[in-house]
Ligand binder design. Structure first.
Ligand SMILES: [Cu+2]
Length: 129
């Protein structure tokens, strides 16, 4: 009887560990919005500053709840106005002032239609003339 009880207790403990592992396992990335391509491309060294930034995702986005931020070589952060006419899987914004020479980062945060928020940075640089 006590052996049986012990076995049951071990099974329960094992079940709890397995459940914990299942909960810790990351949700497949395909369920969220991830970057498919961007303009500028991550790591690009551009000779001429872009007039517009564009990021294409694998999933439809809620444009109203998505953000684009341009971080300058001096660390200054400029929120970008997301173009309202964008493709449902694209986040695009015109750059009102052309970025000067140096290292820039395009920081994105998007809400995908599955309700999950993802974020990331796209670094690029503008070469000195
Ligand atoms: Cu998701």
């Amino acid at each position: 009887m006590s052996l049986c009880f012990e076995t049951a207790r071990r099974s329960l403990a094992l079940a709890a560990v397995l459940l914990g592992l299942a909960l810790l396992r990351p949700v497949p990335a395909a369920a969220h919005a991830v970057v498919v391509s961007s303009e500028p491309v991550a790591g690009a060294a551009l000779a001429t500053p872009p007039a517009r930034v564009t990021i294409r995702f694998n999933s439809r986005l809620d444009h109203e709840r998505s953000r684009l931020l341009l971080i300058g070589p001096d660390g200054a952060q400029t929120p970008l106005a997301i173009a309202g006419d964008s493709d449902p899987v694209v986040l695009a914004a015109p750059l009102s002032a052309p970025p000067g020479p140096g290292a820039w980062r395009l920081r994105w945060q998007v809400l995908a239609v599955d309700g999950h928020i993802t974020r990331g940075d796209i670094p690029f640089s503008i070469q000195a003339p």
